[in-house]
Design a protein around this ligand. Structure first.
Ligand SMILES: Cc1cc2nc3c(=O)[nH]c(=O)nc-3n(C[C@H](O)[C@H](O)[C@H](O)COP(=O)(O)OP(=O)(O)OC[C@H]3O[C@@H](n4cnc5c(N)ncnc54)[C@H](O)[C@@H]3O)c2cc1C
Length: 565
């Protein structure tokens, strides 16, 4: 679901090129690393993993600025995903008046940034770990940003106001007891898988939202590939994540498994462009995935061992394997958990059906990470910010948290009240990285006493993967009906476009037309857009280098095969 369309696209491209030029032409990219030093007042416990990606800016880097490193206010960013990491990188690309350049600290529980839209490629093997989940150490190496690996436990503002808000800085406490003081805070902790409290889902199903989840799914798939029998897989959730996951699983187990996609809605991909929906239907049908619509999951259980047939480890080629597949599919010290999962679903008439599965994938729900802070069990996140009924932090139109003048929130964790009657923005990477630009800018403006900008979201299109070489991208470009009709009438041109996977019309969300690119063309455009959206120029170059290497390997293989023949 990335973006790239018409006017917005041109603007994005323009600003992208400007940033690119600044980075390439400016001395920042050649700044020498001065090694590690603990900046930002991180009060650490001994042995904690505080990676200090601290490099010196060369004299020209803060052009017209000349700020000494470490002299400005302390900006602490919680969560290094699309919101947090991109804010940190953007802050480094702004020009700061002398003495105001902030000392930026980024805190994340993981050692890796995860480019979630590419998680499917980790399962299919179509992208490397370095592309999908690079280490923060590598990403932030060239930037004067302090990275702290730790789980945020609580935030304590120093100057509380009577309405429960705050006007100054405060302290972030991590679960290992370490504290990080801040003058300005950015909260971008993302979303977590939600099972809506449905019985048995946590025990029986594998979620798909983190790097570790993707590894577990890949491990379970490998186990299913090794076993004797005809495995059954149930994917719950008919949104983009469920559909993309079903496609990648079906491709891996092609012809060797029964795969069901279960959704409570009347069709898959509700609210998405028709072109994407049609492409998804075609691919899933081609891969033999059956779709169960209007089906509400009510419960899951594990069948008692041996009670339900099931798979066997199949002797010598079987699953002696390393089958600890974690939550929902946990292996034990004595071997893999091969018990069938029973998925109880109810249709619209209240009729119940029980689906058996060797693997259940749960893609039916996400909730803001701050939801836990609303009803904290012991040890959960404790934040002093008010949240809405979904557990999302409320901000004004400038993405400043309500009643907390020094705190910003963005991405999946936040909802903007904006002052206008607008529907809530989708929880997408596209929203988060567009907001990151505004948060960085508004921090600059706040620190320099300039007016703040209201966030304005620009939808640039919807992208999805449909297996290793398939995809669909719908761009919100209006195609006049006369043009569509003229193209359709021009036989050879229509044939050419169809063969290339280009579809000129299809209702786009609210009813306007769009352009859908399908198949290998859609897949290529999606990957190229994600290359452009990598968090840093250095990472873009690394990914492009990987691509070039694997392309040349494939080419050599093709030539060698041809020569042999
Ligand atoms: C499988 C999948 C596919 C997706 N595909 C697309 C797509 O194609 N297009 C699209 O636009 N969007 C897609 N999305 C949605 C998109 O990834 C999210 O909307 C986006 O990542 C939100 O950015 P964020 O910064 O708010 O959160 P995230 O990117 O999730 O980052 C949050 C960070 O906070 C960290 N964190 C959380 N809690 C704590 C804590 N207590 N302490 C320390 N660190 C913490 C996490 O480790 C994480 O690094 C997809 C999501 C998933 C799960």
């Amino acid at each position: 679901m990335g973006r790239a369309g018409a006017k917005g696209h041109a603007q994005q491209l323009g600003s992208g090129l400007r940033v690119l030029w600044r980075r390439v032409a400016g001395p920042q990219s050649s700044a020498g690393c001065m090694g590690s030093s603990n900046r930002g007042g991180v009060g650490g416990t001994p042995g904690r993993r505080a990676l200090l990606a601290t490099c010196a800016a060369s004299p020209g880097y803060t052009a017209g600025v000349g700020a000494a490193e470490g002299s400005g206010p302390r900006v602490c960013i919680l969560g290094g995903g699309f919101g947090g990491l991109y804010t940190a990188v953007k802050l480094e690309s702004l020009m700061w008046p002398r003495g105001t350049k902030p000392q930026v600290t980024l805190i994340d529980q993981s050692e890796r940034f995860v480019f979630k839209p590419l998680l499917y490629e980790l399962v299919s093997g179509a992208a490397s770990e370095e592309e999908v989940a690079p280490h923060f150490a590598q990403l932030l190496g060239p930037y004067p940003v302090t990275f702290v690996q730790g789980r945020v436990h609580s935030v304590q503002p120093e100057h509380a106001t009577q309405d429960g808000g705050s006007t100054g800085g405060g302290v972030v406490t991590l679960s290992d007891g370490a504290s990080v003081p801040y003058d300005w805070l950015v909260v971008s902790l993302g979303a977590e898988t939600s099972t809506f409290g449905l019985p048995g889902v946590k025990e029986c199903a594998l979620p798909f939202s983190t790097y570790e989840d993707a590894q577990r799914v890949a491990a379970r798939l490998q186990l299913l590939e090794e076993l004797v029998g005809y495995p059954e897989v149930v994917v719950v959730g008919g949104g983009y994540a469920g559909v993309e996951l079903a496609a990648v699983v079906a491709e891996r187990l092609r012809g060797r498994a029964r795969i069901k996609l279960v959704t409570s809605t009347a069709d898959i991909l509700p609210g998405s462009p028709q072109g994407n929906r049609e492409a998804a239907h075609r691919v899933l049908a081609d891969q033999g995935v059956s779709i169960l619509t209007g089906a509400q999951v009510t419960e899951m259980r594990k069948a008692r061992a041996g009670s339900s047939g099931g798979l066997s480890s199949g002797g010598s080629n079987g699953a002696s394997s390393s089958s600890s597949v974690g939550i929902g599919g946990a292996g034990t010290a004595v071997g893999p958990d091969l018990a069938k999962r029973l998925v109880y679903v109810k249709d619209r008439t209240g009729q119940q059906e029980v689906l058996e599965a060797d693997m259940v994938l749960w893609s039916a729900g996400q909730a803001p990470a701050t939801k836990a802070a609303a009803q904290p069990p012991p040890g959960a996140l404790k934040l002093p910010f008010s949240t809405n009924s979904r557990g999302a932090m409320q901000t004004d139109a400038t993405l400043r948290v309500l009643h907390h003048s020094r705190v910003f929130a963005l991405g999946d964790v936040a909802v903007s009240s904006g002052g206008q009657e607008q529907p809530p923005l989708p929880a997408t990477a596209q929203v988060a990285f567009q907001q990151a630009d505004y948060v960085a800018w508004n921090l600059w403006a706040s620190i320099n006493n300039k007016p703040l900008l209201g966030f304005s979201y620009q939808h640039l299109g919807d992208m999805m993967s449909l297996g290793t070489t398939g995809g669909a991208v719908t761009l919100p470009i209006s195609v006049p009906p006369q043009l569509s009709a003229a193209v359709a009438a021009a036989g050879p041109l229509a044939g050419l476009l169809k063969a290339a996977g280009v579809k000129l019309s299809g209702s786009y969300g609210g009813g306007s037309d769009g352009v859908t690119l399908e198949g290998p063309l859609g897949a290529a455009v999606r990957r190229a857009a994600y290359l452009y959206r990598q968090p840093t120029l250095e990472q873009q170059l690394r990914v492009a280098g990987d691509w070039a290497q694997s392309a040349s390997k494939q080419l050599r293989q093709v030539l060698a095969d041809a020569a042999r023949k």
